[in-house]
Design a binder for this molecule. Structure first.
Ligand SMILES: *[C@@H]1O[C@H](CO)[C@@H](O)[C@H](O)[C@H]1NC(C)=O
Ligand SMILES: *[C@@H]1O[C@H](CO)[C@@H](O)[C@H](O)[C@H]1NC(C)=O
Ligand SMILES: *[C@@H]1O[C@H](CO)[C@@H](O)[C@H](O)[C@H]1NC(C)=O
Ligand SMILES: *[C@@H]1O[C@H](CO)[C@@H](O)[C@H](O)[C@H]1NC(C)=O
Ligand SMILES: *[C@@H]1O[C@H](CO)[C@@H](O)[C@H](O)[C@H]1NC(C)=O
Ligand SMILES: *[C@@H]1O[C@H](CO)[C@@H](O)[C@H](O)[C@H]1NC(C)=O
Ligand SMILES: *[C@@H]1O[C@H](CO)[C@@H](O)[C@H](O)[C@H]1NC(C)=O
Ligand SMILES: *[C@@H]1O[C@H](CO)[C@@H](O)[C@H](O)[C@H]1NC(C)=O
Ligand SMILES: *[C@@H]1O[C@H](CO)[C@@H](O)[C@H](O)[C@H]1NC(C)=O
Ligand SMILES: *[C@@H]1O[C@H](CO)[C@@H](O)[C@H](O)[C@H]1NC(C)=O
Length: 536
């Protein structure tokens, strides 16, 4: 079987095993755009790639552990707790001991571009994403990602099961988290296919003075070895065969139904299937009232990046990109746009103005999730220029696969086109610059320039979202600031436009822009700063 065919088959199997899949969404949808980007193009994937070891354990083992510990505060009886990043307030508890916890938080926090301001999902979504990447990076099943978790603002109850507790206590803990006695057995087996017990953290469990970490099974992979070694009685899992009978909690749990559940997970496929389902449920266990997005089981067919506008000498320029699934070097993509002010000045023909993509094709590297699904993608860049007086109301694309008889594909956002909501206020991408500041300490400052279709009596402000943790200790909060812009003396008024400026830090990922122009308020929400290319 060829590599390609196998990849295609896996994709088909994966797609069919998810109940709900969809290929696109109505643009703009900042949340789904963000979720796709984190899953398929996000930087956290690079850290998990290859299931790398760290301190005699693995990074994925640490990420899966923190996700479970965070979720374990859920209480089905009153709907509180769950995967809500309350773990950030619980790290000093003995049940959350281990350097892997702080290391994981650091992994998640340092990669600040992962996070976005929607619905308060600063950290909890990243913890969930970490679990998905951890499982897949070590060879386990693909778990679809849903975004929208809400971060807790204080600690939850101390509900992480501990090895010295008895079976009845464990069964009740898992019931409260929403798992039946059978699911408890499976979930513990799934979790304990990665990682092990560190002597420094659990000296009463690991007593061998030469051991640092005793792993739960003999492989680092996300595989059924934890089950097969247990059933063959060859396991070295200290929670099964450790010298201290009191802390043989995995033995009590695994054997609690006469090994029936463990037997049922012996086949690799069954292990995969069961663990995929249960870990998916685990990361989607959230407090009542939290609404998660639809699951993203495959990359969206088309992703349009934030349109970047600029005004110069009567001309308005717009640049954007279109991501298209399935690499095809012979594909050509054309962008079309329509006038906004046809009464003032008509520029484009009724069929629209058009421009071809600026470079032939830019194959992009997808995350380990995309690679596992066997998908590829290309990104096409466009830069159009049109008279500012006629401006732009919407744009759309036409794709020619150049594959002989295949018809042209129109990508027009379900018929409406990609609509430019307003052109009265926008970040001027070409006039904005990036500056290096050396005193008192080195930092990169974005000198934001905002174009306003109005005079100097207009007022402009931005609310910026900087996801890099504002402190190294909990609470881990993003930095949200509102800045009033000043009239920009470096960019004098031109045509109908007046320019305003403010300095913002280069770590800002999203911002909201508000302008009051002659009594009318205009807004642009969730402007994606990560795609800007300010010159220096
Ligand atoms: C890994 O374990 C060995 C002994 O088992 C120990 O000597 C070593 O320091 C450990 N490495 C780390 C990074 O903890
Ligand atoms: C588990 O499933 C994934 C795909 O979801 C596959 O790549 C992997 O090989 C499977 N592992 C086993 C042991 O079957
Ligand atoms: C499992 O192995 C241990 C020694 O490692 C032995 O004492 C025990 O009797 C074995 N149990 C079974 C059911 O074979
Ligand atoms: C076994 O573990 C329990 C619970 O941690 C502890 O109280 C007990 O002292 C341990 N026994 C030995 C012999 O270390
Ligand atoms: C379950 O499996 C374990 C490990 O092989 C064994 O020690 C135990 O006796 C089994 N229990 C039952 C009820 O078969
Ligand atoms: C755009 O590409 C098409 C097909 O390759 C070509 O026929 C057309 O001339 C191009 N248009 C421009 C403006 O370059
Ligand atoms: C787009 O083209 C205009 C002029 O046509 C230029 O000023 C601007 O820098 C270009 N933008 C990008 C992002 O290439
Ligand atoms: C921007 O506005 C949206 C919609 O009101 C809101 O969800 C988001 O939190 C705002 N972002 C910032 C940085 O204030
Ligand atoms: C932005 O920073 C630059 C360089 O540090 C400085 O010259 C300028 O006055 C600042 N602008 C504003 C609006 O603070
Ligand atoms: C502001 O609005 C008033 C009417 O509300 C209008 O007469 C005036 O021309 C406008 N000024 C500008 C600069 O658009």
């Amino acid at each position: 079987m060829s590599v390609f065919f196998r990849a295609a088959l896996i994709t088909a199997l994966v797609a069919s095993s998810f109940a709900q899949t969809f290929s696109t969404f109505t643009w703009p949808n900042a949340q789904l755009n963000y979720a796709d980007k984190q899953l398929y193009e996000g930087g956290l994937s690079v850290v998990a790639q290859g299931c790398p070891s760290r301190d005699n354990s693995t990074i994925p083992a640490q990420w899966l552990r923190i996700a479970y510990h965070d979720m374990s505060t859920h209480n089905v009886d009153d709907g509180t707790g769950g995967l809500d990043a309350s773990i950030q307030y619980e790290l000093d508890r003995p049940q959350n001991i281990g350097t892997g916890m702080a290391q994981s938080m650091n992994d998640f926090g340092v990669l600040f571009t992962l996070t976005a301001p929607f619905f308060g999902n600063m950290l909890a979504d990243v913890i969930a994403l970490g679990a998905i990447l951890a499982v897949k990076a070590c060879g386990g099943p693909l778990i679809p990602f849903r975004a929208g978790r809400v971060d807790a603002t204080s600690a939850g109850p101390e509900t992480v099961p501990e090895p010295q507790q008895d079976l009845a206590v464990h069964t009740e803990s898992f019931r409260k988290q929403g798992f039946s006695p059978t699911e408890m057995i499976s979930l513990v087996a799934c979790g304990h296919t990665l990682g092990g017990v560190r002597r420094a953290d659990f000296p009463l469990v690991v007593t061998d003075p030469n051991a640092d970490v005793v792993t739960f099974d003999s492989t680092t992979a996300f595989d059924n070895a934890v089950v097969s070694e247990y059933l063959r009685n060859t396991t070295e899992n200290v929670l099964v065969v450790g010298p201290n009978v009191t802390t043989r909690s995995d033995f009590r749990i695994f054997s609690s139904d006469g090994n029936t559940t463990m037997q049922s997970m012996l086949s690799p496929d069954a292990f995969n299937q069961t663990c995929g389902d249960l870990i998916e449920r685990m990361i989607n266990t959230v407090p009542n009232g939290v609404e998660l997005s639809d699951p993203i089981a495959e990359p969206f067919n088309y992703i349009v990046s934030e349109p970047l506008l600029s005004y110069q000498n009567g001309m308005l320029s717009l640049s954007t990109t279109l991501r298209v699934l399935n690499s095809n070097p012979s594909r050509t993509v054309t962008m079309f746009w329509a006038d906004r002010n046809t009464e003032a000045a008509s520029f484009c023909p009724p069929s629209g103005c058009s421009v071809n993509s600026s470079s032939s094709s830019n194959s992009i590297t997808l995350s380990l999730i995309g690679k596992a699904q066997g998908v590829t993608a290309d990104r096409y860049s466009f830069n159009l220029s049109t008279p500012a007086i006629s401006s732009i109301s919407k744009f759309w694309f036409q794709i020619d696969e150049n594959g002989g008889s295949s018809p042209l594909i129109t990508v027009d956002n379900g018929g409406s086109g990609f609509v430019i909501g307003q052109d009265a206020v926008f970040i001027d991408n070409s006039r904005s610059t990036q500056e290096f500041v050396f005193v008192p300490s080195f930092k990169i400052v974005n000198r934001l320039v905002v174009a306003v279709r109005g005079d100097s009596s207009s007022t402009v402000s931005v609310t910026t979202f900087d996801a890099s943790f504002s402190s190294s200790t909990p609470p881990f909060k993003p930095t949200i600031s509102t800045v009033q812009l000043e009239l920009d003396n470096q960019n004098p008024a031109q045509g109908e436009f007046t320019f305003f400026t403010a300095n913002i830090t280069s770590t800002v990922t999203f911002l909201n822009l508000t302008a009051n122009i002659n009594g009318t308020t205009y807004m642009q929400e969730n402007f994606d700063m990560t795609v800007t290319r300010f010159s220096d």
